[in-house]
Design a protein around this ligand. Sequence first.
Ligand code: FNR
Length: 341
Amino acid sequence: MTREQRKLDHIRHALTTADTSGNGFRDMQFIHQCFPEINVEQTNVETMIGPIKSAAPIMINAMTGGGGQRTKEINGAIAELAANLGVPAACGSQMAAVKDSSQQDTFSVMRERSPYGILFANIGAEAAVDEAAAAVNMIQANALQIHINPIQELVMPEGDRHFNGLLEKIAAVKKELEIPLIVKEVGFGMSMESAKLAVEAGADIIDTGGHGGTNFSAVENSRRQNELSMFDSWGIPTAVSLIETKQSVDVPVIASGGIRTADDILKSLSCGAAACGMAGAVLKNLQEKGLEKTAQEMNDMIEYIRLGMTALGKKRVKDLTGSPVIISGSTGLWLKERGIS
Ligand code: FNR
């Protein structure tokens, strides 16, 4: 099977296997305050993700690597959607295009459709310094995402089996990089320990990529005959991963993994996230409803974030941090076990 076919397969299966077991935010409840003392029009949903300004606390996360016309169309739509919303968009892994320049237009289309927007390049941690630089140049990126995906690789029969020395490689890329470095998981979550290692290696921003949304173990299993289901329920739910990461490192954190609603976003922001990343849910909407309807729904979601901020009496995104919540269920238990109060 070609890489292009595999990437298209991922898209198809990601739309049908999204995990519903929970991103952890259902265990979290805001404590209602009946005197917000602000008006909806006083709320400002702009946020800073480190030095990156976004018009709303949302970004469209990395999805489509590989090459081909379909990938190019999706990448173009994602870039345009994000530019219209004034939020960042990441492309999927660019390694194939770094190695084969005939595939570069799959990604450069994003800069064409979003000449002034915020775009994140994307490459795996195995990338050499010059490969990372090529990915950045390909889309004149505003930041570089390095993805870490050991479980996705292990569950793929043709996947990578070598994970030695990745932190060193990340450090080498960071040394030469002139834009922020985001280290991200892809749906199995970032722990306290991993976040610390990523920041020591040079991550300026962490993207949790937690469990509770797109599940690459389920995606890979639905593509193959002999299932390896051991990893289907593996991973750190996004809410937990966010709290663990905020506990262990002092860098901006993007909460991602199963983010679908304004409620997920408000809860993430209350736990200190700078913004939320959405991948699978946006892809599903784009495929099923098209660009215009997806944009409308995302605008609605931003409006709902405003309503939530009003209910909580918070004018700015950063004011949401620390809004009182009750954390119960398995999320509460996990945090207690890990010594996080
Ligand atoms: C992804 N994701 C991803 N991440 C990455 O860093 N590089 C990549 O090439 C891809 N490819 C990819 C393809 C498809 C079809 C999907 C749905 C996702 C992972 C993505 O960025 C995100 O971390 C996870 O999908 C979890 O977020 P959601 O989907 O639950 O919002």
